[in-house]
Design a protein around this ligand. Structure first.
Ligand SMILES: NC(=O)c1ccc[n+]([C@@H]2O[C@H](COP(=O)([O-])OP(=O)(O)OC[C@H]3O[C@@H](n4cnc5c(N)ncnc54)[C@H](OP(=O)(O)O)[C@@H]3O)[C@@H](O)[C@H]2O)c1
Length: 331
């Protein structure tokens, strides 16, 4: 990847699910291209665990304790950084509902700090990982990530780009690890039998980050073309014999997720690999750069109007391949 060649990269939230996948990709596949990789996060234990896999004496990696709410610390950690990938966030819907101000401080103020620091340090490219929950948000988490997107698009003296991703399969606290745990008790909690989600593997998400950094001209929201799944199919894949208990949707949860709202269709373009939501004023430039065409005016991209669906068997194979190699659907 050209823009990463001889580059110093900082990843805020580099110890999370996506961060770990990205670090693995960068330090294994692109190890010769990276000059330095800075991991910026708060919890020393997560950094300690990661340093067992990627020790600083064997890899060009540096672990820095810091909080994105602390701009001075961020300034200190980003000296001579060429590329900053901003993953740090409070991302659990129920946590943000109960602690809206903390979610605001981390996801909104923290992102503004990243944007300001990038401009001050002359960081060449910055990337924000956003979420489908930011499209027509109904939760504190989604609303703070929408604000984070908007803040990123105001960035000066840098090239800012965004990815809106779907649910990372197997990420901490997500449905697959929950069901794997709950099946031991013989029942699975189902929020809504009709609920659907977009599926995104951490490895795919990490690769898309590098692709977006390479191809961006600034101001795009990259939206990957992902398959959807039904929550009940995850249950069927993991524990077909378990009882199901309907517990109802939680505050801030949508029945179906949405990557691109209909009101964004007028500035949404697509190529073979992804959709891109771009600034309307420069539509022609983006169409040319990404070899893309416009979507239809009535377009929207939701997890229930998808044409691509994971089957129960495919879900089982993904669990074995990426989450638990010993997984068997029956205990
Ligand atoms: N997981 C998904 O399904 C999904 C889907 C779409 C988009 N995303 C987005 O992708 C990003 C990464 O998600 P993930 O699943 O990898 O999250 P995660 O596993 O919860 O990791 C979050 C990371 O952020 C760090 N962090 C949290 N608050 C921080 C703060 N104030 N200052 C510095 N670091 C902080 C955490 O480390 P410490 O706690 O040690 O600070 C951790 O390294 C998030 O921005 C999320 O919105 C996630």
């Amino acid at each position: 990847m050209y823009c990463l060649e001889n580059a110093s990269v900082c990843i805020t939230g580099g110890t999370g699910t996506l961060g770990r996948a990205l670090v693995k990709l960068l330090l294994t596949k692109y190890s010769n291209t990276i000059k330095k990789l800075v991991i910026f996060s708060r919890d020393e234990f997560k950094q300690y665990e990661m340093a067992q896999i990627f020790p600083p004496n064997l890899f060009p990696i540096e672990y820095i304790i810091g909080d994105v709410k602390d701009k001075q610390r961020l300034l200190w950690a980003t000296q001579q950084i060429d590329i900053l990938i901003h993953l740090a966030a409070l991302k659990r819907i129920e946590t943000a509902e109960k602690n809206p101000y903390e979610a605001f401080l981390t996801n909104v103020v923290g992102t503004q700090n990243v944007v300001e620091v990038a401009g001050q340090q002359g960081i060449k490219k910055i990337l924000l990982y956003s979420t489908d929950k930011a499209s027509s948000p109904n939760s504190v988490y989604g609303a703070t990530k929408l604000c984070a997107e908007k803040l990123f698009l105001t960035a000066q003296n840098t090239t800012a780009t965004i990815i809106r991703g779907g649910n990372l399969l197997g990420s901490r606290g997500s449905v697959v690890p929950l069901f794997l745990e709950k099946r031991k008790e013989g029942f699975l909690p189902i929020t809504d039998v009709e609920m659907t989600r977009f599926s995104f593997l951490p490895e795919e998400a990490a690769f898309l980050a590098l692709e977006a950094l390479e191809n961006t001209i600034g101001g795009e929201i990259f939206v990957p073309k992902l398959p959807s799944y039904r929550i009940v199919d995850i249950a069927e894949a993991i524990a077909p014999d378990s009882q199901r208990k309907i517990i109802g949707r939680r505050e801030g949860e949508k029945k179906h997720d949405e990557m691109i709202a209909n009101h964004e269709a007028f500035r949404t373009i697509e190529n073979e690999k992804y959709y891109l939501i771009v600034p309307f004023v420069n539509l022609a430039t983006y169409l040319e750069q990404h070899e893309a065409t416009m979507v239809m005016p009535d377009f929207s991209y939701q997890s229930d109007n998808n044409t691509n669906w994971l089957t129960v068997e495919q879900i089982r194979r993904l669990i074995v391949q990426y989450i638990d190699a010993d997984f068997q659907p029956l205990l």
